[in-house]
Design a protein around this ligand. Structure first.
Ligand code: FAD
Length: 438
């Protein structure tokens, strides 16, 4: 009986979570990652309840809670101090919460778990996959490692190499374009001016938007709590953000005219000559695919459905992809043979409508927060307060932010995702990993 061997391209959230689940179910996994060492760079991110359900399923929730910061809701303020967005996870379910987490901690928690299945996992760091070819009974990967070419064959491959993937089959790609707006961001010591259990946002029309996200700590400095600060800008202006002293003063004035308390905190941060915040920029892509897999090739995470981070769903969707893929493998596996068409049928049932829902909403809402349209912010400021008056919409918004929606009127059950019972497969893993007796 041959144990299926999966290749995963990309050791981001999607790739690592999928590797854990496949290895736990007794499969062999080889991870190809083009950087030599995993040291993820990026602003902190907010894991929503849907992502945390997958964390529970993976068995990493407790570890993540030690490093991350529990978040109870999202509050978005206008310059007149009115709350335009006022969503709290308990409105979606009494025990739900989010988790602000540093990318280094997210990566640490997942790789730590993956180490438990070391006998089934092969790492290929510093390997950049350039091309994938499906053959009759295998998929071949071609790439470059230290200026040398390599190629290798597997039972199946999952493309999890992020928003800028060049590997996704072009026939499945409906949209692949950059957003005109992005954000400058920095990770700074925890903001004590604002409630540290809330994601705070500040908006003025659709041209000004700032976020302050509780980000927890990194594994090497667990006592130092952190926040991530985001400042939204058209992509063309990102490289000149705070480039000189006058730009800093101008920026502080923009904030202090609207939200003086927050401006005071930012001023203190910027005046610390020894620890100046490092500002980096993030640009987003919009990727829409007609399908996520066929035969022995699949696409997951941002590679499959990159979108603006306005709804804070990207990493959650990557985690849900991992969960759905492992469920689909189990459904399609009979006597260690995988029925690939059954696998993708099951996967699309699990992921298609949810992904479509969030991508549609993201495309609808992003211009209301980040665009040059004079009417966009005005429409938002008129409609949102009205929606929050109606309990049905208030709850629906909280469920949407929680990442649990699978369509306009359907939602995922947290417990259904979170639960994990060891299947017969995982028992056979333990037997397989024992030395063979001849
Ligand atoms: C500013 C910002 C804020 C965000 N905030 C949130 C948030 O609050 N909540 C949330 O859920 N999401 C958020 N996101 C989105 C989230 O970061 C992504 O959706 C998530 O990280 C996607 O994970 P991934 O594994 O699909 O891809 P990635 O994390 O991009 O991983 C891809 C991996 O593939 C590797 N790779 C690339 N090409 C190759 C190759 N050819 N061969 C081998 N390896 C390769 C890369 O080195 C990388 O390690 C945010 C994004 C941004 C930009």
């Amino acid at each position: 009986m041959k144990i299926p061997h999966f290749a995963i391209v990309g050791a981001g959230t999607a790739g690592l979570a999928t590797a854990i689940l496949l290895a736990r179910e007794g499969n062999h996994v080889t991870i190809f990652e083009h950087v030599d060492e995993l040291s993820p760079v990026g602003a902190g991110l907010l894991l929503q309840p849907a992502g945390l359900a997958v964390f529970e399923h993976l068995g990493v929730l407790e570890h993540a809670l030690k490093l991350g910061a529990k978040v109870t809701g999202l509050e978005g303020q206008l310059p007149n101090k009115r709350l335009l967005v006022n969503s709290h996870y308990h409105q979606a379910g009494s025990n739900l919460y989010g988790l602000g987490i540093h990318r280094a901690s997210l990566c640490h928690v997942l790789t730590h778990k993956l180490a438990e299945y070391a006998s089934q996992v092969t790492w290929r760091m510093g390997h950049s996959v350039e091309h994938i070819q499906e053959q009759q009974n295998e998929v071949r990967l071609f790439g470059i490692q230290q200026q040398q070419t390599f190629d290798d064959g597997f039972d199946a491959v999952l493309i999890a190499n992020g928003a800028r993937s060049q590997l996704r089959p072009s026939a499945w790609v409906k949209v692949d374009q950059a957003y005109p707006w992005g954000a400058a961001w920095s990770i700074v010591p925890e903001c004590r001016t604002l409630d540290p259990a809330i994601l705070h946002q500040f908006y003025d029309r659709s041209k000004i938007m700032m976020g302050v996200l509780p980000t927890g700590a990194i594994p090497t400095a667990p006592q130092q709590r952190l926040s991530s600060v985001f400042w939204s800008l058209p992509s063309k202006q990102l490289h000149t953000f705070l480039e000189d002293e006058s730009a800093k003063q101008q920026w502080l004035k923009q904030v202090s005219d609207r939200w003086p308390d927050v401006a005071e905190w930012l001023k203190q941060l910027l005046s610390n000559q020894q620890h100046q915040p490092q500002w980096l920029s993030a640009q987003y892509r919009d990727v829409v695919m007609s399908q996520f897999g066929q035969g022995r090739i699949g696409v997951i995470g941002d590679a499959a459905h990159a979108m603006s981070p306005q709804l804070g769903q990207g990493a959650n969707m990557a985690l849900l992809d991992a969960w759905a893929f492992s469920q689909s493998v189990q459904t399609a596996k009979k006597h260690q043979q995988i029925d690939w068409s059954m696998l993708w049928q099951h996967y699309h049932q699990q992921r298609r409508s949810s992904t479509q829902f969030y991508q549609f909403l993201s495309r609808l809402l992003t211009p209301l927060y980040q665009s040059d349209h004079w009417w966009a912010g005005a429409i938002r400021d008129l409609t949102f307060p009205w929606m929050y008056q109606i309990p049905y919409f208030r709850k629906e918004m909280a469920i949407t932010i929680s990442g649990l929606k699978t369509g306009l009127f359907q939602q995922l059950d947290y417990q259904q995702v979170a639960q994990y019972t060891e299947s017969d497969n995982s028992f056979s893993v333990k037997l397989e990993s024992l030395p063979e007796y001849k």
